[in-house]
Write a protein that binds this ligand. Structure first.
Ligand code: DGY
Length: 324
């Protein structure tokens, strides 16, 4: 049995694997950075299971490099757009993810971006640290109010709903767009109303993206969408970078088509579109949605448990079913 863990992960996950298979059967990458493509293909060769992260691209080539013993890829993430489900299905490889456990942490981070971008926290902190702050001023760093505004949620899955729950404390009007409507009880509980994308774009003061990356959602936000938004609006993205065409977002901020952006994810991670780095009104974080000690520990634990179940011939608890 050979389990390949492609990156340093929290001990909680490693322990599950060591207890199940013994240390000698686990190939642990000790690095805290993504492997090069060649190193990854080499590292996973001969594996029965791979515990991967969002920085590993696991396509047909990688699965073939792993070889015929590969039975399961357990992604330590809720998203799995880094894995080709078609290639996995064609080879009889199961794919698992870690849904649910990172909902609250990611919703908290979306709110960090909402409040940080609205109140110009990034700009203000940069000014203070650079020693440029000369005391309180009546016109200094005037941001925008969040309380009582309209929140638009694009993608009303677990994380979108958790963001909406928090918005109730800010007395916000909540609109959402999702192909699947919420059931009536949940809509009422969240005081959320489903609308068409155009209505969301036109009415949101804060538009927060929470959809998965699919062929349909890639570049769901381009200059066409920004032109329909309020000039005072803010875009927040904690889902996947390619949902937003970064070059267009940069133009939208620069030309004042929208007022601000809060981003945790990028189109070509770890690269950020250079113009965005120059936009003061972009509040930028480095893909931290699930980054709490508790959440990452649980994610690692769950990913490892999925491997144990799959290799024991059981249906892993978090098997990804395409289309669900
Ligand atoms: C996920 O889980 O999909 C995040 O992006 C990584 O934590």
């Amino acid at each position: 049995m050979k389990i390949a863990v492609t990156r340093r992960i929290p001990e909680a996950g490693v322990e599950v694997l060591i207890n199940a298979y013994g240390r000698e059967h686990i190939r642990l990458c000790e690095e805290d950075s993504a492997m090069t493509r060649d190193a990854l293909l080499d590292f996973i060769a001969g594996a029965d299971a791979i515990l991967s992260t969002v920085t590993d691209t696991l396509d047909a080539e990688a699965m073939d490099a792993a070889g015929p013993d590969l039975k399961v890829i357990a992604n330590m993430a809720v998203g799995y757009d880094n894995i080709s489900l078609e290639a996995a299905a064609a080879r009889g490889i199961q794919v698992t993810n870690t849904p649910g456990v990172l909902t609250e942490a990611t919703a908290d981070l979306a709110w960090t971006l909402i409040l940080g971008a609205a109140r110009r926290a990034g700009e203000a902190e940069r000014c203070l640290r650079a020693g440029h702050w000369d005391g309180w001023g009546p016109l200094q760093f005037l941001g925008r109010s969040v309380y009582g505004q309209t929140l638009g949620i694009f993608g009303m899955g677990r994380i979108g709903r958790a963001v909406a729950r928090r918005a109730r404390g800010f007395d916000m009007t909540i609109l959402y767009h999702d192909a699947k409507p919420l059931d009536e009880e949940t809509e009422q509980h969240l005081a959320a109303r489903r609308v068409e994308k155009e209505v969301l774009l036109r009415n949101a003061d804060i538009l927060s993206i929470h959809c998965p990356l699919t062929p349909e959602t890639r570049h769901a936000f381009t200059i066409n969408e920004f032109r329909q938004m309020k000039r005072t609006a803010m875009l927040v993205n904690t889902s996947r970078g390619p949902v937003v065409k970064e070059e267009d977002l940069c133009v939208a901020l620069h030309e004042g088509l929208i007022d601000a952006a809060g981003l945790d994810v990028y189109e070509y991670e770890p690269c950020v579109y250079p113009g965005l780095l120059l936009e003061e009104r972009a509040f930028l974080l480095p893909h931290l949605g699930s980054a709490t000690v508790e959440t990452r520990g649980t994610m690692a634990h769950i990913a490892a448990e999925n491997i144990v179940a799959a290799l024991a011939g059981r249906v892993p608890p978090n098997k990804v079913v395409p289309g669900e």
